[in-house]
Every structure is written in C-alpha cells, then in structure tokens.
Design a protein around this ligand. Structure first.
Ligand SMILES: Cc1cc2nc3c(=O)[nH]c(=O)nc-3n(C[C@H](O)[C@H](O)[C@H](O)COP(=O)(O)OP(=O)(O)OC[C@H]3O[C@@H](n4cnc5c(N)ncnc54)[C@H](O)[C@@H]3O)c2cc1C
Length: 309
C-alpha cells in the first residue's frame, strides 16, 4: 500500500486533527467538492437535482464510533426525521448507515434496535444499506445484517473486495437472497487480511461482481450494487452484463457525489441504474481523509483551496 495512502488513513484516526482541521476555511472549501453541504436541506436539494438527471440517490449522515447511547439514539432519530423529509419531497432516496454510529461499539443489541427502528420506519420501498467499516467489524456487521434480513428484504450490506474473506462471506450470504453493495474497501488493512496490491483487489472485485450478477440471473433474488468509480472495471462489467443479457434494471452502479460525475450521467443516459451517495453532516473529517487516501492527488485540491482565497 502506498505511503501517502497510509498517511491519510492514519490521519483519519487522529483525534487531534479531527478537532482542528475542520476549523480552517480552506479545508472546508476543499471538502465541498465531495459534499453539497453539511445540512439535510443541502442534501435534499442535491437529490432533487440528481433526480432531474435520472440519477438516484442515497443519503448518509456522517459520523462513526459513537461513545454514548444517547448519541446513537440521536443519530437514529435524525434518520427517522430524514425519512419524513424525503417522503414530503416525494424522493425515493435510500439510506446508508454506519453501525458504529448506531452504537455497535457500546452494545450490539442496542445497535440492532436502532437499525431496526430505521428499517421499519423506512418501510417497504426505501432501501437501507449498511456500510462496512474496518475488518474488526465484519463479523458483527454480517451478524446484524443477517438478523435484519430476516425481517426485511429491503436491507443491504456492503462487502469489500480487498478482504480475502469476502469471497466466502459472499457464499455464506447468498442463500439469504441478499442485497449487496460491492466496494474495493477504504480502510487501512494489514496484508494478512487484505490484498496489498491494487491489481489483485481489482481482479477480486471483478470476480465477486460477476458472481453477484450471475446469481441475479439464476435466482432473481440478489440485488447487486456495483459501487466503484473505476472506469475500466465499469466497462468490463458492462461488457459482462451485455454478453450475459442481463436486464439493465437488474443491478445498479453507485458512486460518490462529486466523483466521476460524467460517468454517473453517461450510465443514466444509457439506461443503466445510476445512483449517487450523498454524504452530509458536520462529522466529515475521517470520511474526507479516506477520500484523500483513495486519490492522493486530491490533496492538490486542498492546497489549491489554501491559496484560492
Ligand atoms: C456508494 C459507495 C459506498 C461506499 N461504501 C463503502 C463502505 O461501506 N465501506 C468501505 O470500506 N468503502 C466504501 N466505499 C469506498 C470504496 O471502498 C472505495 O474506497 C472507493 O470507492 C474508491 O475505490 P474505487 O472503486 O472507486 O476505485 P479506485 O481504483 O480507488 O479509483 C478508480 C478511479 O476513480 C476515481 N476516484 C476514486 N476515488 C476517488 C476520490 N476519492 N477522489 C477523486 N477521484 C476518485 C479516480 O479517477 C480513480 O482513478 C464506498 C464507495 C461508494 C462509491
């Protein structure tokens, strides 16, 4: 793994930086490339604009590793309020939640209760995705996903292609007819747990994605989200889907707000399901550092923001 990537990922864990960096306006300006704003209102406006371009949306309220049950309860209530606002606007926007923001570090049952409140309130039509955090959380996350899946088909979980274990996790989830979002993985993982080379991660991504798409044709039950900005992988998977005659609506492409916008629009124009994850909230520091780690060249935008005012 690149040294710069490791540095950004180490920075994402630093409490010292988390408290100080957001005070600087040049950092805030740089972040705005990936977020329409900190408020729900700004996220809603962005979702309406994306809808006009035939691009779907997913909301995530930034934050992780809460240390207090009342904070986890506050996050849960926040999501319930957001569902009300989405209903008022007639938006089909899905939600994506982090279990450590719902109290996973405090108590697994409490976390499940919070998750279940959100899924129940979201009702039948609005998917709720569960993010995957660092590898120490995979077992607990999949446990809670399995529990949630027994009560709702509209809950999905993220799997990370950089982990060796993901191929067998996928096999164990398949009988549940799961909803799976496949990503490469955004955390700092040791070589004992994750492929250290990008090329290996990319190959694993392709083979896992092909398994997800194949399964969709055979059982009709699995809903797959191909969450990547990697144009080469996207082209390979489009060719795969076309040669296997997969219907265009049978899976979706997901990307992050502000990244590869041309691709997002192009996929939508061509009739594929294209969905953008919109992050908002004030707790963006760790999340933003992971975005910098994914593409260290992004640090130039931070530097440019420093001199552009
Ligand atoms: C909808 C969605 C949900 C996600 N949820 C999770 C999750 O729950 N858990 C998790 O570990 N990870 C999650 N991720 C992040 C994911 O793991 C990757 O870190 C991230 O998507 C970058 O990998 P990539 O597949 O785009 O490929 P890469 O090979 O990293 O990037 C391919 C190309 O995309 C562009 N690109 C990628 N990232 C950036 C960036 N930050 N800024 C500018 N350009 C960029 C560049 O042009 C790059 O060359 C999510 C990603 C998406 C899109």
């Amino acid at each position: 793994m690149g040294i710069v990537r490791s540095l950004f990922l180490a920075g994402s864990q630093s409490q010292w930086l988390k408290e100080r960096a957001p005070r600087y306006s040049f950092v805030r300006r740089a972040v705005s490339r990936f977020m329409p704003g900190e408020t729900v209102q700004e996220a809603l406006d962005a979702a309406l604009a994306m809808r006009n371009l035939s691009v779907g949306t997913i909301f995530t309220y930034l934050g992780e590793n809460v240390t207090d049950a009342s904070e986890a309860d506050g996050v849960t209530k926040h999501y319930l309020g957001v569902i009300d606002r989405l209903r008022e606007r007639g938006l089909e926007t899905a939600l994506s939640v982090k279990l450590t923001q719902l109290g996973l570090d405090l108590n697994k049952d409490l976390c499940y209760e919070n998750l279940d409140r959100i899924i129940t309130y979201a009702g039948g039509q609005r998917p709720v995705w569960i993010d995957m955090e660092s590898s120490s959380y995979v077992d607990a996350t999949l446990d809670l996903y399995r529990r949630a899946r027994t009560s709702s088909p509209h809950v999905g979980v993220c799997l990370q292609a950089y982990l060796y274990r993901t191929a067998s996790d996928l096999s164990s989830l398949m009988p549940l007819d799961p909803m799976i979002r496949l990503v490469k993985g955004a955390y700092n993982e040791p070589p004992e747990r994750a492929f250290p080379r990008k090329q290996e991660v990319d190959e694993n991504y392709f083979s896992l994605a092909a398994r997800l798409l194949d399964r969709k044709t055979s059982s009709g039950g699995v809903r797959a989200a191909i969450a990547t900005h990697d144009c080469k992988l996207i082209e390979r998977l489009l060719a795969y889907a076309t040669s296997h005659q997969l219907p265009k609506g049978s899976f979706e492409f997901e990307m992050l707000y502000g990244i590869q916008r041309t691709q997002q629009l192009r996929l939508a124009r061509e009739g594929w399901k294209s969905v953008v994850l919109i992050a908002y909230g004030t707790q963006w520091f760790s999340w933003y550092m992971r975005r910098l780690a994914e593409r260290p060249a992004n640090a130039w935008f931070v530097a440019r923001s420093l001199v552009s005012n």
